[in-house]
Design a protein around this ligand. Sequence first.
Ligand code: ADP
Length: 323
Amino acid sequence: TSLLDKEQMQGLRAIREFLKVRTSYDVLPLSFRLIVLDNDLLIKKSLNILIQNGIVSAPLWDSRRSAFAGLLTSTDYINVIQYYCQFPDEIDQVDQFRLSSLRDIERAIGVLPLETVSVHPMRPLYEACRRMLKTRARRIPLVDVDDETGREMVVSVITQYRILKFIAVNNEKHTMLLKKSVRDIGLGTYDNLATADMNASVLDVIHLMVEYNISAIPIVDKEYKVLNVFEAVDVIPCIKGGAYEELSSSVGDAMSKRADDFPGIYTCNEDDRLDAIFETIRKSKIHRLIVVDDDNRLKGIISLSDILKYVLLYGEEDDVQEA
Ligand code: ADP
C-alpha cells in the first residue's frame, strides 16, 4: 500500500482511539438547555414549540409513569402526514392527536416503530456511534438513572452532526492525514438518487423520503443542476397550525419559508479530499454534502452517516455488515 493509504489508516485509527477514550458526556457543551415535551401535549402544539425554540426534535416525557417516552423527530410529523393522506376524512381527529398517539399512528399506517435506543452519557462515544450506525438513528438520547429516586432521566440528545463536529474540532492533527479523495474511498451514494424538481409538491417529496428512508431530496433543474435541497425538517413549518392542505403546494414555495438562519446547503466535488471535508465540518453547520461536477450537476450525496460509517468501520474485519 502507498504512503497515502498508510497515512489514511493511521488517521482513522487515531480518531477511533479518540472515540474510545471520550464519552458522550464530553460532547456536551458546559451549559446547555434541554427542552422536554410532555407526552400529553397536542401534536399541533408541539410544532409551535419546536419552531419557537428553533429546534427540530425533543425527548418526550410520560409524566404518569415518570419515564422517558422516546424522541420526537421530523419522522413523527411525516408519519402524521401519511396518516392524514391515508385517512383524509379524519382531519378533525388528526388535530386532536397527542404526542402519546404517535405510536398508534405508526401502527395505523403500518410503519415499524423506530427502535428506541439510548446510551448512558458516561459510556465511550465509540459505543454511541456504533449504536447509531446499527439502528440508523441520526440522534440518540443520553439517559442516566437518578441516584436518589432510581428514575430514568434524559440528560441530553446527541446527534451525528454533534459527534462529527466534536471529532473535527478535536482531531485536526489526525484529520489532516485523511488525504484520499471522496472518489478514491467511494464515500456517499451515487446510484439511484432520489431527486425532485421545484414544482414537485411537498407531499410528493415526502413520499420520496419515506420510500427511500432518507431525510433529504436534492431539487434539480432539467439539466440535473442542483438548485436546493428539501429536508425532512422543512416539513415542520409546512404543517404549522394544522395547515395540511398546504402540503400540495410546491417545494419551492415551502423552502422560501425557511427561517433566516437557515445554514444553507453545502456541495463538494468528487476530487475533494476527506481532510477538506473535515475542515468544512469544523467551520460550518453541515448536515450533508451534495456532490456536484464542475457544472453544478448532481453526482451524489454524502450523508453524515456515510462519513461516520467510513471513519468508524473502514478497514475493520466486520466492516459494513454490522453497521
Ligand atoms: P439522510 O438522513 O441525510 O438521508 P442517511 O444517513 O439516513 O442520511 O442516509 C442513508 C443513506 O442514503 C446514505 O448512504 C446516503 O448516502 C443515502 N442518501 C441520502 N440521500 C439520498 C437521496 N436523495 N437519494 C439516494 N440516496 C440518498
